[in-house]
Design a protein around this ligand. Sequence first.
Ligand code: SF4
Length: 326
Amino acid sequence: MHPFTYTQANDAREAVGAGRRGGRYIAGGTTLVDLMRETVERPDTLVDISRLPLREFNVTKRGGLRIGALVTMSEAAAHSKVRSLFPVVSEALELSASAQLRNMATIGGNIMQRTRCTYFRDVTADCNKREPGSGCAARGGVNRAHAILGTSESCVATHPSDVAVAFAALDAQVHLLGPDGERTVPFLDLLLRPGNTPNREHALRHGELITAVELPALPRPLKSGYLKVRDRQSYEFALTSAAVALNVSGGVIREARVAAGGVGTVPWRLRAVERALAGERPSDRLWSEAAAGSAEGARPLKHNRFKVDLLRRTVERQLRTVGDMA
Ligand code: SF4
């Protein structure tokens, strides 16, 4: 492991100061420590932020829910407000990783976790994300688990988070603190598609720290849920997943929010599916017809063509499940 210095931040300003000087933030450490052991990540300085007071659950003036960045995955999944207002978030969290990891990993760390592409984690393989300009071993290699949406010639890796898919569907906002003060960015703008620079994964500025994720108040009644399809029933990443939230009143779908995981280089909002649902009356035929647009724009690779149809089926099933509750 590359030698590094370790420092513990006592408050958020102190952490940001250390971040501005090049320190890497660490909280639960469930991704970063693994990557350091494998020498994929080689930070010179770790800034431990785990003692910062970023563990809030606050209902905002606008009726949304603000979740501190250091709330653990298991705390967020179990919280009564999350369960009652945003079950899609609870379900996505509970279907993630293992109980031990959920007890350590934080909400902020979860959305910033790095890809599970095996070539990224193998320092002997070519990888533009790890080593810009070296190539992409996944393109000509085993790419069954890779992305079909948002890919580029440079990189085809999926974003691995489940809860990020729910955040994408709900139009979450991300609160940041940096050297220039506080700002808020839409979650959908936080994570970047690879393009020609897959090593640039997010829109955080130098030294910025995620302080909270805010789930906005959405028109009620709102029914929501998360479906994850994977090779085994636990401790596995998604082949496909679907986060669905529906507002149905008077027998008509007033608003539909649908996002997919396991298929995109970032959590993927399915706008074509949402458009097909809005203003319509729920029916089996509608779920099927709307889900047909799930993989619009997909560019499958040699080993992951099956994801096109699997995504359609995943979305259709979850639309039906949530639609039956609405
Ligand atoms: Fe690296 Fe992306 Fe290619 Fe994986 S898909 S090897 S992360 S460049």
